[in-house]
Design a protein around this ligand. Sequence first.
Ligand code: IMP
Length: 205
Amino acid sequence: MLFTLAYLYLCPMKILFATNNAHKIAEVAAVLGEGYTLLTPRDCGLTEEIPETQPTLEGNALQKARYLHERTGADCFADDTGLEVEALGGAPGVRSARYATDGHDFEANNRLLLRNLEGEENRRARFRTVVALILGGEEYLFEGIVEGRIIDRETGDEGFGYDPLFVPDGFDRTFAQMTAEEKNATSHRGRAVRKLADFLRTIEK
Ligand code: IMP
């Protein structure tokens, strides 16, 4: 762990991302591009689940980033995402990970979402991601939103979470039927992380 922390300080292009979700890491690494190497909490010897107990996406993203920063001192960022469904008053929203159960059970979440939308004509929904960055001790927030609709059965094998149920506006396929590149080009996380990348580039100049 000491070696990793020392490495973080010596190589400013390395940045710590508060997730161990392999899908997210791949998505974010692709958007940030070759100029950055992402490190995960596990790379720093942190194996516990990072708390996310706040009532908003902004609060959770900041909570996760602060948790990592307090333990490593490193520049880092965290994201939090919610699926906001119009007919459900914005649910599952900040509770998207634990909609059906206490754990991250993607299939149970999708089943519950379909059950709650049964007979509902309004299928409008959006994904919203908030990224919290701590850089040089300062905190910054970036938001990415993609609008779309929820279809009535899971379609596609790519991605994760609610991807098989979400068709972004302007497409006739779910995120789970897209390549990683296609999803990144339109997705909530892609948009938020591009804002982060643009910001990091201006800071480096
Ligand atoms: P997180 O807190 O950012 O990990 O996201 C909360 C939950 O939202 C996850 O457990 C997933 O169910 C869902 N989610 C987050 N990002 C995506 C995505 O890109 N596609 C589909 N579902 C997602």
